[in-house]
Design a protein around this ligand. Structure first.
Ligand code: GLN
Ligand code: ZN
Length: 748
């Protein structure tokens, strides 16, 4: 006998990013809607058949999406904002995702603490929910499609509570309105959907409620009970699995257990405390526990012994145990077999989606048939690389390293750099032209040699420096032409870090990323950026700002080690950066920026974990930046406008200058930062680089004058709100010219 097995979801992009290719071909008018939908059907089929052939017990469906599962849900329940009403079908769908002539898209934001982005539902009090497609609603249609192939599946839905908690009030909603106010109406649509699924023959439905892994108010917990009591009370419905993931569910567990849902999914990887929580409510007798024991978010092989032991203890805490992944596998790449070039020892330690399905299946067998099933498959023999020198250096540095007083540095830098008030600069990257991208691809493919590549980069740097001089910027940058990505570039240069060839993961819509893998102790075999930065500096007498990616961001956009605390890995990356900063300084670079756009992203979803996180995050940044002289000016950059809980940490980072996204929040941030005790230089982005629009001089002048109410001119910097990589040269040049002019006018 074997135990039940399942996964909570599976990548939908296809092993060769087929979905991206088909969707982009459709957008470009190269294929028609029929061809796009056919490709979708082919991809769904290959996932279902693959899971079946792997021996997985219960196979999920409706995990496919042409763009995003939250967007699918909005369409499914009829939550389509009025501005899209004149469109229908795929036109409306993709307009909500990407905008259409004159109609802005839905806002996009991060799916909990992952690097997946969803489209934020926009809801007002007048929302009228209705099930789209009725009997042909997407989850029903995909269930039937699988059944035609002889595969019984469990449709997966975004749970109604999480859906509303992820939504934001429509722009015209009255004050005090919360999307949660719409719960009763929304639940009726889910009720209808469940009845239709039941009518189609579905035995089980999975309702995803990841919002339960965050701090929830009593009102929200009451809503949780109410929703699932209502749905569980339907007379004709499939059995209900409420899947929670991404952490510990705390008070939501007793609330959920008090309803009559048949199964509850718990994440034992991101939420080890779920075990105790489960025990403390006396387990789930007569119910199914879907036990997330295989990590759906990271790329390491499971310690099968340990996982089996955990499943064994869970057997005593539930009517039945289904072995599962901790969350959907959409957050990991598809197949380690597509990585023949990875170091063999490393590859042996990895499990991507396909391998994780095999692990789940194996654990299911072992749970039923006995431990022998996993003997031999249990632990990879290869181990992470240990670098004793790095460890010794970190021990010696300790955790308290920091620079001398801010005021001392301010004076020293004033003398060494001699910059005007309202100094102008940019955030680092300049537009990545086709030529630059081609040179990089040509080098990789061996079509050009290193020397021709270097001269192509130097030519680009020459052009970027000349442009900045012509525009009259005060602190220049080299433009980052040699970087495909701000994390991958460094990952490729550091030991203990590996890049994959095909390890694509969906970031949003058709955008996929290949997060590098932090797999061993990190060290820097040689300088990483000095060559380009010093070349740029050799072309100008104005200061050129060195450009590095900070330790937290290096972790946030990578797969991380799970055998040591994140804080330890962060310190290793920080040490490598510390050496790089020193090398830059020794090579004559007097201004260095260490970007931390992901600082807020890694903030734990529960309040209780935040202080500890901020402590190590700040410590790592200081470790990286405190090895330089007082005269060297350290900048940092963050790109989000709502700082919330991290605002206090900005000051603790102790950078000399901090540039932040502020163009869309009208400079309020400058005052907020001051109120939070930040006493350094501030560069509130004066224009939004996410749009090709060229802002007028007056507009930026107004923004600067507003900022001056909160910060003196000597500490105010003038810059756009993020890197210019995705922009074109024409608009960039025009916008920067206006920006410099605005700074001059205000200085005057
Ligand atoms: N220096 C980087 C750039 O300009 C910063 C990017 C970011 O903040 N995401 O591209
Ligand atoms: Zn940015």
């Amino acid at each position: 006998m074997k135990s039940a097995t399942t996964v909570l979801g599976y990548p939908r992009i296809g092993p060769g990013r087929e979905l991206k290719r088909a969707t982009e071909a459709y957008w470009a008018g190269k294929i028609d809607a029929g061809a796009l939908l056919d490709e979708g059907a082919r991809l769904r089929r290959s996932v279902w058949e693959g899971l079946r052939d792997a021996g997985l017990g219960q196979i999920p469906s409706n995990t496919f999406s042409l763009y995003d599962q939250v967007l699918d849900t909005s369409v499914l329940v009829g939550a389509v904002p009025g501005r899209f009403a004149h469109l229908s079908g795929l036109d409306a769908y993709f307009a909500m995702a990407r905008g259409a002539r004159g109609v802005p898209p839905l806002e996009m934001t991060k799916w909990f603490d992952t690097n997946y982005h969803y489209l934020v539902p926009e809801l007002g009090p007048d929302a009228r929910f209705a099930l789209a497609g009725a009997g042909d609603a997407k989850p029903v249609a995909e269930y039937l499609e699988a059944r035609e192939l002889g595969i019984e599946t469990r449709p997966v839905l975004v749970g109604p509570l999480s859906y509303l908690l992820l939504a934001k009030p429509a722009p015209d909603a009255p004050d005090g309105f919360e999307p949660l106010d719409l719960l009763d109406a929304l639940v009726e649509v889910y009720a209808e959907l469940l009845e239709r699924l039941s009518g189609a023959g579905a035995q089980w439905v999975q309702l995803d409620e990841p919002a339960l892994a965050g701090d929830r108010t009593p009102r929200e917990l009451a809503a949780l009970r109410q929703v699932y009591e209502r749905l569980a009370g339907l007379t004709s419905r499939p059995r209900l699995l409420v899947a929670t993931y991404f952490g510990e569910v705390g008070d939501a567990l007793p609330a959920l257990a008090a309803t009559r849902v048949e199964a509850i999914g718990l994440d034992f990887v991101a939420g080890p405390g779920n075990l105790e929580a489960l025990a403390s409510i006396g387990g789930l007798p007569r119910r199914t526990l879907v036990a997330g024991v295989v990590d759906g978010r990271n790329v390491w092989r499971t310690d099968l012994e340990k996982a089996l032991g955990l499943c064994g203890s869970l057997l005593g805490l539930a009517g039945e145990v289904t072995v599962s992944t901790s969350c959907s596998l959409m957050h990991v790449p598809i197949d380690t077999e597509a990585e023949p070039d990875l170091d063999a020892d490393l590859r042996e330690r990895l499990a991507f989606a396909r391998q994780k399905v095999d692990e789940v299946v194996l654990l299911g067998r072992a749970l039923g048939e006995g431990h022998d099933v996993i003997a031999g498959a249990a632990v990879p023999s290869a181990r992470p690389r240990i670098d004793y020198r790095v460890r010794a250096r970190l021990d010696e540095l300790g955790t308290g390293v920091r620079r001398p007083d801010r005021a001392v540095r301010f004076a020293a830098q004033g003398r060494s750099l001699g910059l005007p008030p309202l100094a102008t600069t940019t955030i680092g990257s300049f537009p990545q032209t086709g030529e630059v991208r081609r040179a990089r691809a040509d080098l990789k493919a061996g079509r050009i040699d290193a020397a021709s590549y270097e001269s192509a980069m130097e030519a680009e740097i020459d052009r970027v420096i000349a442009l900045q001089e012509k525009l009259g910027l005060d602190v220049l940058v080299h433009g980052e032409p040699e970087r495909n990505d701000m994390v991958q570039y460094f990952a490729e240069k550091l030991d203990g870090y590996a890049a994959t060839a095909n390890g694509w993961v969906q970031s949003y819509g058709t955008r996929c990323v290949r997060p590098p893998i932090l797999h061993g102790d990190v060290s820097r075999p040689e300088p990483m950026t000095v060559r380009w930065t010093t070349y740029a500096q050799s072309r100008t007498r104005r200061p050129v700002k060195g450009m590095l990616t900070g330790p937290v961001t290096m972790l946030a956009w990578s797969f991380v080690r799970d055998d040591q605390p994140l804080a330890d890995t962060a310190r290793q990356v920080a040490l490598a950066l510390r050496d790089e900063l020193r090398d830059l300084e020794a090579a004559g670079i007097g201004v260095i920026q260490v970007d931390e756009p992901a600082l807020r992203e890694l903030l734990p979803s529960r309040r209780s974990g935040r202080a500890a996180y901020l402590e190590w995050a700040v410590g790592a940044f200081r470790l990286a930046t405190s090895g330089v002289a007082d005269t060297t000016q350290i900048h940092t950059h963050m790109c989000y406008s709502e700082f919330g809980e991290v605002i206090g940490a900005i000051g603790d980072l102790d950078a000399d200058v901090t540039s932040v996204e502020a163009a869309r929040s009208h400079m309020e941030l400058v005052g907020d930062l001051r109120d939070a005790g930040y006493a350094g230089g501030i560069g509130p982005g004066v224009y939004d680089i996410h749009s090709p629009r060229v802002p007028a001089v007056e507009e930026m002048e107004v923004a600067l004058r507003r900022a001056l109410q909160a910060v003196p001119a000597g500490r105010l910097w003038v810059n756009p709100d993020c890197g210019l990589k995705t922009r074109g040269y024409a608009e960039t040049e025009a916008a920067l010219r206006n920006m410099v002019e605005a700074a001059h006018r205000v200085r005057g």
